[in-house]
Design a binder for this molecule. Structure first.
Ligand code: ADP
Length: 496
């Protein structure tokens, strides 16, 4: 069996595929292995799904290779774009179901899941638009030479995605890869395989030829590692932890030197100046850390507030955090659902204990909510020092630190006091401060008087240890194309 009937409170009964999606068909794994998918809201088993091992990765890669060398290579850019736009339309048509499955499996609030699905459609449609606009150049060197430079697809792309935005990462990865003419083997995170498989049915419905997009479920150390070290995968794109990012790069280096792009962790500073609109700044700071339960690589987890407004700010921020509705992801008013898994829950609680032991003060939160499901109170630590683990390491949960700064120079210095460089934010009404600080912060994205306002038209990615390459926007096309120079000698004059 490669599907099962499931139910969500939002969508009612639906058909959940459980197989590996290879060559446009759902199949069992070669070794017949399965694994359980856990509901983070009540810790029950949702279902079991088929697990990919190295052998299945081989099958998916050869399907992708065959499609790349065959029908997909011959497809016109216009048609590649048309298929992506069709896929975007199908995301919109099936938005309620996709969002419901996302909430069931990941625990994210249904209103946020709906936002994710809308952004998936936006992203797929945007890259559909790029498919026939990938252009080359003619370069004059000598009068008897004609040179043209063209962009070609890289080939078979392995894509490994995390559990925090299962569908969104699916579309960020597949959109640009397919627009540029590549084929794909995408592995979902073992915690959240369900929505990607529902979305896989739409790939077939949209009309993509078999093998162009293959979706497999499995574990990082087995299927993920097999992709990263595969000799017939031309490129690997990974989103996840910095620790695993390093392993992916090593695996690429130790195999066929496949191209690597990485979108990794962060410990982003959110800096509030005394002239900011305080109410707005509090809303964005709150959204910056607690959106998606703090499970964002760009979460604004280090909050720095200028001395003169610190006391007022912390009081109001605390009150605001306490008002965040935490609970059942299927209730429309819920803002924060459970953390994704027992492992993540334990990691976050471990950081909270560590912060307490290091002498930081819990302003609010710090505890589990209820005794079923992985719910954690929105937590704020004050009285922190820069060397504490809770200030330096990515917690990936609803936990932030807050401290004061005196001057702009100090804000820039502490803002940059991290090995990461994914995002940052500045809150101020002063244009000079906004620009000066934004330019000085070493981060791939800087938000001014806002937070987390990502858009598929804008590049996203990391400075420093937050990654290599950029996703989204035109910049993502660079990740999925390679440059070919063709130099033609003109005339028939004898050489030499
Ligand atoms: P987290 O620690 O938040 O779960 P990971 O970086 O471990 O994040 O996981 C992100 C993705 O990377 C998942 O799809 C996971 O299966 C995969 N992964 C984990 N370890 C490896 C590995 N050694 N090689 C390739 N992929 C991996």
């Amino acid at each position: 069996m490669t599907s099962i009937k499931l139910k969500t409170p939002h969508s009612g009964e639906y058909e959940q595929p459980t197989g590996l999606f290879i060559n446009n068909e759902f199949v069992k794994g070669v070794d017949g292995k399965t694994f359980e998918v856990i509901n983070p809201t009540d810790e029950s088993v949702i279902c079991s799904i088929h697990e990919a091992t190295e052998k299945d990765v081989d099958l998916a890669v050869s399907a992708a290779r065959k499609a790349f060398e065959g029908p997909w290579r011959k497809e016109t850019p216009e048609n590649r774009g048309r298929l992506l736009v069709k896929l975007a339309d199908l995301f919109e048509k099936n938005a309620d179901l996709l969002a419901a499955v996302e909430s069931l499996d990941n625990g994210k609030a249904i209103s946020m899941a709906k936002g994710d699905v809308a952004a998936c459609a936006g992203c797929l449609r945007y890259y559909g638009g790029w498919a026939d606009k990938i252009e080359g150049k003619v370069v004059d060197t000598t009068p008897d030479t004609f040179n043209y430079i063209k962009k070609e697809p890289i080939g078979v792309c392995g894509q490994i995605i995390p559990w925090n935005f299962p569908l969104l990462m699916w579309s960020w990865k597949i959109g640009p890869a397919v627009a540029c003419g590549n084929t794909v083997v995408l592995k979902t995170a073992e915690q959240t395989p369900l929505s990607a498989l529902v979305a896989a049915t739409l790939i077939k419905e949209a009309g993509f030829p078999p093998g162009v997009i293959n979706i497999i479920s499995g574990f990082g150390k087995i299927a993920g590692a097999a992709i990263a070290s595969h000799m017939d995968v031309d490129k690997v794109a990974f989103t996840g932890s910095t620790v695993v990012g390093r392993q992916i790069m090593k695996a690429a280096a130790g195999s066929n030197l496949k191209k690597v792009t990485l979108e990794l962790g962060g410990k982003s500073p959110n800096i509030v100046f005394e002239d900011a609109d305080i109410d707005n700044a509090i809303s964005w700071v709150n959204f910056g850390i607690y959106f998606n339960h703090g499970q964002c690589c760009c979460a604004g987890s280090r909050i720095y507030v200028q001395e003169s407004i610190y006391d007022k700010f912390i009081q109001q921020f605390k009150e605001r955090a306490q008002k965040n509705a935490v609970g059942d992801p299927f209730k429309h008013e819920t803002f924060q659902g459970p953390q994704v898994s027992q492992l993540q829950f334990d990691r976050i609680m471990g950081y909270i204990e560590d912060g307490k032991k290091a002498g930081a003060t819990i302003e609010t939160g710090g505890k589990r909510i209820g005794d079923k499901g992985f719910f954690i109170e929105p937590t704020i630590f004050s009285n922190v020092t820069e060397d504490m683990k809770i200030v330096q390491e990515e917690i990936f949960g609803p936990v932030c630190t807050i401290s004061k700064f005196k001057t702009k120079e100090e804000a820039i210095k502490i803002g940059n006091n991290t090995t990461y460089g994914l995002a940052a934010a500045v809150h101020t009404k002063n244009l000079n401060t906004a620009i000066e600080v934004s330019n000085a912060l070493r981060a791939g994205t800087v938000w001014v008087n806002t937070y987390n306002t990502l858009h598929w038209q804008l590049p996203f990615g990391g400075f420093k240890e937050s990654g290599i390459g950029r996703e989204l926007g035109e910049a993502a096309l660079d990740n999925y194309t390679q440059t070919k120079t063709v130099s033609i000698r003109l005339g028939d004059a004898l050489f030499g």
